[in-house]
Design a protein around this ligand. Sequence first.
Ligand SMILES: [Zn+2]
Length: 294
Amino acid sequence: MTFRGGIDKPENLARTGGGGGGRIAVGGGVGTLLLVGLFLLMGGDPSQLGGLIGSDTQQQPQQQSAPGELEHCKTSDDANRYADCRVEFTGISLNQVWNAQLPRQADIPYTKPNLVVFNAQTSTGCGVASSATGPFYCPADHTAYFDVSFFDSLERYGGQNAPFAQEYIVAHEFGHHIQSLEGTLGLSDYNDPGPDSMAVKIELQADCYAGIWGHFADKGEDAFLEPITQSQVEQAIDAARAVGDDNIQQRAGRDVNPESFTHGTSKQRQEAFLQGYRTGSMASCDYLDRNAYS
Ligand SMILES: [Zn+2]
């Protein structure tokens, strides 16, 4: 259990910008099953995605996330029980924390991202996503996408599929939304990987921003989380390690090749999360050397 019991879903916090609670307007060009343009993944090698998703250009029936799909998520007790409700409530908590911290630390007003929980496949502003995509953030439609079946793969990569591990993943994707508001997200380029690449710096900063959320999420009278325990912090650390480039390459039976890194090593990701968690400070996550934080 991570959420304080008995909190009703606050409608004004749950509803996101653009209206329509998660519904995405899909433009033309239906049929492509590849993500296009800039999008930010949870981990792994984006060049593997084509093979995972397939390049089938046949138009297929799509399970579109629709408003109301999360209607069974009414209270924080549901968030403690169901993974999809946990994603939604974590998003609400993230909105609360960043609404306070982004103006205070970066002098930027916060606007909420959209949040979509989908099954199997969904159309996005970045193309069509499937379960194989994993959680990601699409800057084109300011939306974080989650297929909760991804959480099961944490165990395959040596992490625990535990509540706070799932919440760290949601917080990481919201970290990309913060970068989008800061105007730095476009610096990431998965086509130009490597240990010192902008892609890695942006991903590690998103881990650090996830830690900042953890720092504040259990504080204050209106906090959504129960006091975070050491074992919950360990769950997030395990998850951060699981999605490290070196760990994913090793477990896929490949040689560890730093030149192909896009997200950073297990050790770097763990340290970045802890950095944000301990300090709560965006300045401590300034891997881009912007010196833009108070
Ligand atoms: Zn990411």
